[in-house]
Design a binder for this molecule. Sequence first.
Ligand code: HAM
Length: 423
Amino acid sequence: MEIRAIRGFNDILPDEIRKWQFVEKTAREVFEGFGFSEIRIPIVERTELFARSIGESTDIVEKEMYTFTDRSGNSLTLRPEATASMARAYLEHQLYNIDRVAKLYCIGPMFRYERPQKGRYRQFYQIDAEVFGVDHPMVDAEVMLMLLHFLRRVGLENLELQINTLGCRNCRPRYRDELKKFFERKSFQLCEDCQRRLQTNPLRIFDCKVETCQASIANAPKVIDFIDRECSDHFRKVKEYLEESEVPYVLNPRMVRGLDYYTRTAFEVVSYHLGSQNAVTGGGRYDNLFQDIGGLDIPGIGFAIGMERLISLLPKGRSFDQPPLLFIAALGESACKRAYQLVNRLHIEGIRAELDYEGKSLKSQMRRADKLKADYVLILGEEELQRGRAILRNMKTKFQEEIPLADVTDILKGKMVCTRPKD
Ligand code: HAM
């Protein structure tokens, strides 16, 4: 039986990968410009790291982690997100000794055992950016500004930045109590999972997809009505900084995010072109996460962009193809040998060139050059070869000229500058 990929795990094929490379390259450029540095963290971590940060009663930890026991009996998990691992690395390597403020980004695959559908996979990629060590509202706004600037740079339009505040550990208990009272009155409407959530973590009822639970959420109390003075001041300042830097946002008082580590600012970027999985990015502040994983009292804020969702929103008109600049059509054995030397020289010079390996007719080689969308074809016949020359044909204009073989590299380098604008 033919072996196929696992459900929810995708191949990213060569005709798609150019888009990914373009997005990743732009992310690096933009983030580095904002003072961020890349960090690479392991794909596997101790299960406890995620349980303690994301939260035991979240869907991610309860139902969606790829957890296994290794040969030494350790419980390990394929990372469902990157924030906790980045915080662990910052603590483990005492990056705060270099500078308390660390601006880090990371790009890579995450794993969640969710029900696969459009925009939701079991292996998916995130571009993640985090700022550790500052709790000033200016940073909250700066991070959102960078995010929107990046999304615009890659060509995404009609996005909406939604923000909310989730309060902190001082004001949350009061909200929790109120929420519990509210849902207890409606408990007959709640699904079995939510009945349990009502006891363990009523905030998680907001994540439920069941229709009757959704209906009961509609009139639930809002966090913003329960936050303390400091959290309220923080949120007011975040909004002021966003307005100051002309970042448009809308308030979404129902957004609670699906991970327990959030405090104060929470945000999402949504697109109405994405269907039900409409969040391209989720993020927020997490001022207790470092302590929860056994570290120092360090605040943090960041976001993660879902790559697959972002890629699906890229403007359709733009071509990401990279056809060869040159196809060498060689006729006869000595011309073939010469073509082989030439193509290698061109590759070393960084010029995309192709040749025919099978000694086909000129007509069939021209057909292949056309199919590969080569900009030029170099026709190398025995007779031209003896004179040290070849014919260069522009495939668009059909213009042909005879050129000295010794000049091929220089001529093509010149053409490359004219025909290949940089991103
Ligand atoms: P999240 O909301 O769980 O947050 O995920 C962030 C983004 O990853 C989502 O908005 C979505 O675009 C994408 N995503 C999530 N799950 C899937 C999936 N199964 N398939 C495809 N795309 C998916 C976090 O992961 C936090 N760590 C974000 C963060 C960083 N908060 C602070 N810093």
